[in-house]
Design a protein around this ligand. Structure first.
Ligand code: NAP
Length: 260
């Protein structure tokens, strides 16, 4: 019970990685708020976790809206009276080459992946400062650390989120708040499936040194660690959970190569 009596908000936790993080947090004793644009699905997920003994609330909220982050934090304060942990997980990916990227889609991706996370962190951070305690965890992506075809908006948003992690960690360290991020490699979820056609799946299964996609539970394990007292002296850190993909250079032998 590493998160006993802690109150956690996980955004985008109706499904996928966020749901796995919420599930792990409840198992570790946290009270949980799910904030997701999929209000009905969020309700179902909350009911599922409550059945397993968790204290869970959900709210349908569009975190790409300027008021979304504050609305979510206000809801958490009404339900549980405080917020100890925030996981900025809600995100979308749109895959188009840079020269063809429409401005409205660029702005949509930046708005949810970067601006939405900033606004949630700002609203939650203001509450955490009052209690001199807080853990903020941003879910980034390897696409924010390395160039990838089609990842202009998504990669730029996630790179920005990694830098925001560091700035907030430095600004809030003396006030008892840790800000870190997790950098997933390819993870088997709906966003992963939407962004990866069969050729991409094959390429990842070759290029990732561990030769497979990660699971949402493997990201959740890292999110429990970064929310718990075990990570109290870790601040401004980007924790790659990527099967070694971020460390890899040339992978040899190449498939179909005469040397293979
Ligand atoms: P997912 O299965 O699509 O779950 C994300 C949830 O966030 C969905 O319920 C989604 O609703 C919701 N959401 C989207 N926009 C929102 C908004 N404006 N306000 C509130 N909620 C919103 O995604 P996932 O694969 O679990 O990914 C979770 C996080 O991990 C994302 O930040 C993603 O970028 C990151 N990540 C994923 C991978 C991967 O391979 N899966 C790799 C690296 C990083 P909709 O269904 O309506 O979109």
């Amino acid at each position: 019970m590493r998160l006993k009596d802690r109150v956690a908000i996980v955004t985008g936790a109706a499904r996928g990685i966020g749901k796995a993080i919420g599930t792990a947090y409840v198992k570790e004793g946290a009270q949980l708020v799910i904030g997701d644009i999929q209000g009905e699905l969020a309700k179902e997920t909350a009911a599922e976790l409550a059945k397993a003994g968790g204290e869970v609330r959900s709210i349908g909220v569009d975190l790409a809206e300027p008021t979304g982050g504050q609305e979510l934090v206000d809801f958490c304060l009404r339900e549980f009276g405080r917020v100890d942990i925030l996981v900025n997980n809600a995100g979308i990916g749109i895959n188009k080459r840079t020269l063809d990227f429409p401005l409205d889609e660029w702005e949509k991706v930046i708005r949810i992946n970067l601006t939405g996370a900033f606004l949630c962190a700002q609203a939650a951070g203001r509450e955490m400062v009052k209690q001199s305690y807080g853990k903020i965890i941003n879910i980034c992506s390897l696409s924010g650390q390395r160039g990838g075809i089609g990842r202009a908006a998504y990669g730029a948003a996630k790179a920005g989120l990694e830098l925001l992690t560091k700035v907030m960690a430095v600004e809030l360290a003396e006030q008892g708040i840790n800000v870190n991020d997790i950098v997933p490699g390819p993870i088997a979820t709906d966003v992963g499936r939407a962004m990866h056609d069969p050729a991409t799946v094959e390429a990842y299964n070759f290029l990732v040194p561990q030769k497979r996609y990660g699971t949402p539970e493997e990201i959740a394990n890292a999110a429990v660690f970064l929310a718990s007292a075990e990570s109290d002296y870790i601040n401004g850190h980007s924790l790659n959970v990527d099967g070694g993909f971020g460390s890899a250079g040339l992978m040899y032998p190449l498939p179909n190569s005469k040397h293979s």
